[in-house]
Each structure stands twice: as C-alpha cells, then as structure tokens.
Design a protein around this ligand. Sequence first.
Ligand code: AMP
Ligand code: MG
Length: 283
Amino acid sequence: MNYAKKLVVEPGAKVRLARFDPAYHGKHGNEEEAGRALEEMKNKIGALQRKMYGDNRHSLLMVLQGLDAAGKDGVCWHVVGAMDPQGCRVHGFKVPTGEEAAHDFLWRIHPHAPAKGEVAVFNRSHYEDVLVTRVHKLVGRKVWERRYDMINQWERLLHEENGTTILKFCLVVSRQEQLRRFAERLDDPNRQWKISESDYTERAFFDDYLEAFDEALERTSTAHAPWFTIPCDHKWYRNLAVAGIVLEAMEAMHLEYPKPSVDLGEIRRKYHAAEQAEKKGSV
Ligand code: AMP
Ligand code: MG
C-alpha cells in the first residue's frame, strides 16, 4: 500500500475538504488487523530513525495540523512514539507570546527546525498564521495572503540548505466525530484536562477552517514539502496512514550508517593481544 501516493495533495491541485471523506479507512477491515500492521511499521520506523541519526546527513520535519480533536496528539503518541527520543523532538506551538508576536511569524519557528540526523515534529506550526489568524481576522487578508509565498520559500530553504524532508499532515475529522470526541473527553477524567472553551466556540468556525485549509494546501503543497490529507474518523487508519507516509519517506532516503573512522582490524588485534595477556596473567 502506497499511502503517500493515495493521500498526497498534488502540487497545483484544487482542494475541497468539504467533499473529503474523513471516514475512509482503506483496505483494513478492522482495528486489530490494522494494529498489527502498525506495529510492524513502527518497528521499521524506529530502526530507520536510529539509522538516520547515525547517518547524520538527512533530517525530517513532520508538520501536524488539522481540525480540533482530529488527533495531532494521538499521532505523536502512536506514531512518533516509535522513535528513539535521542534524535527526535516534538514542539507544540501555542498562541504567540508577546515577544514572539513582536517578530515576524517565522521567527519562533525556525529554531525548532531539525538539525542533520534529527526528526522534528511540529504539533501546530507556522500554518497557524494562515489558518487561525485568517479565520479570526487577527490579521488582514493582505498579511496572510503574502505568507504562502514566504512559507514556500522558507520550506525550500530547509530542504535545499539542510537536506530536510518535509511532510505535512492535514488531519481531517468529520463534524459528528469531532463532537463525539469532545463528549468523550467530558466523560473521561484522563482527558478532561484537554477540554477548552475554545473547542466549542471553534466548532462554529468549522467551515471557515475547511476553507482556510483548502487554500493553504493548494498554495503550499510543493514537491519538496507536500501536504497529505489524512482521514481521521478512524484513529487506527489515521495512525497507519501517517506511519506509512513517514516510513516510505525514510526508505527513500537510502540511509546508511557511516563507515567507522578507525581501523577495526587494528583495534581487533589490540583487543586480542590484551585478552591473551589477561589469560596469561590469570594462570
Ligand atoms: P493546543 O494545540 O490545543 O494546545 O492549542 C494551542 C492554541 O494556540 C490553539 O488554539 C491555536 O489555534 C493557538 N495558536 C497556535 N499558533 C497560533 C498563532 N500563530 N496565532 C494564534 N493562535 C495560535
Ligand atoms: Mg487541542
């Protein structure tokens, strides 16, 4: 199954999320079967990510955006959790602080871009500056409109200057499933902390968000930083799809462990000699 090919937003393609099916779940009929497939993929992702850390030439940036309750946090836990924390960092972007707001919108983002060998995961990102700011008219049309080009140029910089593979995930949940998940949070003491007033007030803007996403995806899905639309009504399909796309991207990197910088034969001879000396000493 080629998840990337199935779910990618082709550069230049029209996007209409209102017509997208968030309940799509591919060929896996049930959660159990999908769970086994996910475990297999996670093992491979973990091994490749450690190789990437050793290889130290490539880096990966995963951008997680989406509708509230679609599962950005779930993807971090179920997919990114496969990676070795050494070499992987997750950063959540909140409402900008006073200092952040006093700078250009990319100022707070750039320090979190992945270094060579690393994976960086953005739980929300610079895209908030063409999404929430647009929907709530925090800045004027002129301001958010010119940001698409700035974003494309910045992502190109990461790609060309630092060998960064950029994968951007737009997590889409249906209105009904979103409401069901909010209700679930209300009833679950382990999830109540996640509820915010804005969850309910933002629902009134559901269609506005879809429209803002449509344009963002159309304007910023590029060959070097593609968007993927992920159907999220079934959490297990969401996890599989994201894991599949990450795995395919890592496999395409043709990662290799670096050649040892020392003469292994020479070191083996030294160890051998030391072993012999130990043995003689203990007789
Ligand atoms: P959460 O991800 O649930 O912790 O919520 C973070 C909140 O910060 C969301 O309501 C986002 O819309 C908001 N946020 C993130 N980035 C920005 C931004 N650049 N401008 C305004 N609000 C933002
Ligand atoms: Mg949230």
